[in-house]
Design a protein around this ligand. Structure first.
Ligand SMILES: [Zn+2]
Length: 90
């Protein structure tokens, strides 16, 4: 009898399942993931996603669901990069 090795043990159990819905705009979804990677909290609201950092200054901004400005993603990204607690080096 052959024992079939089930790869169940290899599943990434440590992944924290955040119930954040995806941003409909792929560029902004990517930005939100980056924001989360920096340890910020992303919360879905009605017309936007609220992002908040965890430094004492509690920087926060909103990422709209349907931005009309074509430069919106870039502008938002720049805003994040301007914050003192946003560090790109590991
Ligand atoms: Zn901050």
């Amino acid at each position: 009898m052959t024992i079939l090795r089930v790869a169940a043990g290899r599943r990434s159990v440590g992944v924290v399942l955040r119930k954040r819905p995806k941003h409909p705009n792929p560029e902004l979804e990517e930005l939100l993931r980056e924001v989360e990677k920096h340890g910020w909290t992303v919360t879905k609201r009605k017309q936007y996603f609220k992002t908040e950092c965890r430094c004492p200054a509690r920087h926060q901004t909103w990422v709209h669901l349907t931005p009309s400005n074509p430069n919106y993603t870039r502008n938002q990204r720049k805003w994040f990069e301007r914050q003192a607690c946003w560090k790109d080096d590991d």
